[in-house]
Ligand binder design. Structure first.
Ligand code: F6R
Length: 615
């Protein structure tokens, strides 16, 4: 949550910082701000409440000049979204500026002490104590980088900060403690960059260093120096990240979310890349550090995650149970780690987190690992905290997802979970011969099936959305493997259109929710052809009998559905294990089109942020 950027070099820092903020806006958009310093010791601060456009306009009308700058895009925790509460925050003399991601848990105590020493505060944030703390340490004689290190050490709570002093040309100091989101440092030629996340760096450099917790980095145009929080020098190799710039461009699409929904066939292909050996019909997951004996010894697989990633985990658990014949379940990560779960080395805990930063999921993974369980994460973020929290990381390679609502990363996560289930099945001897060959053939066809699903949904969803976008509530229902997709459809509808929606098993309807049925509550029924299809038809008939409008998502050629439903969104004939992936497309598009008709800012829905680094 919150995005920080920094630049030092010879270019116009304001341009680079603002561009970085544009690419990180998905991390929070309650306010934004930046500070730029020139070589004569002048510091210029610009801050605006609301979305980034407001800051862009402000800088347009009040331009700043300088070759060093830091910027911030905020998801408010302490203090409402306002210009005063926007970062960067400065010390009393206006010489030290700080951008902060995280929470200063002891800010009240620090603020009271600083105020007693004569420091005046201009905001209601916890973050503002940091520049004052640095100023106090500087006054005691510490050099700037040392003052930042000591100040970071006095803050309780995980955080990432980037700091500049007006009178320290070329210098930016960043610190990272605990997990409040990552900090990546990009190396250029005669210039350097800092960012919470790769999208801000990709346009400028492919040489990136990911800071680890408890580290400090001293950044100058000519290079950077890494230190531990104890002040010792540290070294680590720089990563080469190879991400095409086109991934950051919206192209002809109206929103990134729509672009990312349409990228799903490619995303699925990338998740499969080099993980299937067709000659042997085997799935090869070199990242999974379990021997055949260890796989055979597993007695439980547990998927954890939050929101959309949890829905992917719910599907993943079904895959493991079906393909690897191992008891598998799923759980909300935030609940799992607070209930003292019984774990041992025969349990494999798989955390799904596209951002690799979700505090609840990281906490749960660490907890599981500490208790001796085997752990893995499925993530779209190389170098993220999740890749360290778990024993091993399976990258989904979906490419940057800019829309705040997760779309293609969910599809990629389900594909990766399918591959894990196949690998476990092979290792445990439950998936071999023709069955294994069939599963491998099926998943290899998935990108094409997703392409077909997109085409079919595109043909009908717009007209359906036009008929129902004024509804006050939606219900999404499904059975078996499609139940998690009903939940996902409801989540997408809620977060993009702000219409109330609920997703549940169709079997639950007659136990209460059917009371909600009436003309104003469309029911989206995931009625693809599979073993539960007859039961879904019954559920649809029961809704229709009570006057509820039904939008069915169905397998092409299913005549029975046409007779029962008001509208049908077709999907291609798909093996039942892959139906949840294929059915995700129409529910995403229905939510998207509904939200678009309502004129919502779909890429940045209100109150949300792309990575949730606070518990
Ligand atoms: C919904 C959405 C969220 C995330 C959740 C977990 O569209 O994006 O529900 O799925 O916040 O995020 P990650 O996957 O980053 O752990």
């Amino acid at each position: 949550m919150c995005g920080i950027v920094g630049y030092t070099g010879t270019r116009d820092a304001a341009g680079v910082v603002l561009d970085g903020l544009v690419h990180l806006a998905y991390r929070g958009y309650d306010s934004a701000g930046m500070a730029v310093a020139d070589d004569d010791g002048n510091l210029f601060l610009r801050k605006a409440a609301g979305k980034l456009d407001n800051l862009l306009q402000l800088v347009g009308s009040e331009p700043v000049r300088g070759s060093r700058g830091i910027g911030h895009t905020r998801w408010a925790t302490h203090g409402p979204p306002s210009a005063a509460n926007a970062h960067p925050h400065a010390d009393g003399a206006g010489e030290i500026v700080v951008v902060h991601n995280g929470i200063v848990e002891n800010y009240a105590e620090l603020k009271a002490r600083l105020a007693a020493n004569g420091h005046a505060f201009l905001s209601e944030t916890d973050s503002e104590v940091i520049p004052h703390l640095i100023q106090e340490l500087l006054a005691d004689g510490a050099p700037f980088e040392e003052a930042v290190r000591l100040a970071a050490g006095r803050i309780h709570g995980a955080h990432a900060i980037a700091c500049m002093h007006a009178k320290e040309p070329g210098l930016i100091v960043a610190a990272r403690r605990g997990n409040a989101g990552g900090v990546a440092v990009g190396a250029g030629t005669g210039e350097a960059f800092i960012a919470s996340d790769l999208p801000a760096l990709i346009p400028h450099t492919s040489r990136v260093l990911f800071m680890e917790p408890e580290e400090l980095v001293i950044v100058r145009p000519e290079g950077f120096e890494l230190r531990t929080m104890e002040g010792r020098r540290a070294s680590r190799s720089v990563h080469y990240v190879d991400v095409p710039r086109s991934i950051l461009e919206r192209g002809a699409y109206k929103h990134f979310t729509l672009k990312e929904i349409h990228e799903q066939p490619d995303a699925a292909q990338r998740a499969l890349h080099e993980r299937i050996a067709f000659e042997s019909d085997e799935v090869a997951l070199s990242e999974l550090p379990l021997s055949k004996a260890e796989m055979a010894a597993l007695n439980r697989v547990l998927f954890i995650g939050m929101g959309t990633s949890l829905h992917a985990g719910q599907v993943g658990a079904r895959y493991v149970e079906t393909l690897a014949r191992t008891p598998a379940s799923f759980e909300i990560a935030a609940e799992f780690s607070h209930r003292d779960p019984a774990l041992d080395e025969r349990t494999l805990v798989i955390g799904i987190t596209q951002s690799g930063e979700t505090a609840d999921t990281l906490h749960a993974l660490r907890e599981a690992r500490a208790q001796g369980a085997r752990t893995a994460c499925i993530t779209n973020a190389p170098g993220s905290e999740a890749t360290r929290a778990a024993e091993c990381a399976l990258l989904v390679h979906a490419g940057a997802e800019v829309g705040v609502a997760s779309t293609k990363t969910m599809v990629s996560s389900m594909v990766t979970a399918y591959l894990i289930a196949c690998a476990l099945g092979q290792g445990r001897g439950t998936l071999s011969g023709e069955r294994a060959a069939k599963r491998v053939d099926d998943i290899a066809r998935l990108p094409a099936l997703l392409g077909a699903s997109l085409e079919m949904a595109d043909a009908s969803v717009e007209a359906i959305a036009e008929r129902c976008f004024k509804s006050r509530s939606f219900l999404f229902i499904g059975r078996g493997l499609l139940e998690p997709i009903a939940r996902e459809g409801a989540l997408k509808m809620k977060e993009t259109s702000y219409i109330h929606a609920d997703g549940l098993s169709a079997a639950e309807m007659k136990h209460g929710p059917i009371a909600l049925i009436g003309g104003d509550t469309p029911v989206v029924a995931l009625a693809l052809r599979n073993s539960l299809y007859p039961k879904m038809l019954n559920a649809v008939a029961q809704v229709r009998a009570r006057g509820g409008p039904v939008i069915a998502v169905a397998t092409e050629g299913s005549k029975e559905v046409t007779e029962l439903a008001d509208d049908v969104i077709w999907t291609p004939e798909t093996p039942s294990l892959l139906q949840p992936v294929v059915a995700t497309v129409p529910v995403q598009l229905l939510a998207y089109r509904t939200a678009d008709l309502l004129g919502n800012d779909i890429d940045q829905p209100r109150n949300l942020a792309k990575s949730v680094t606070v518990e």
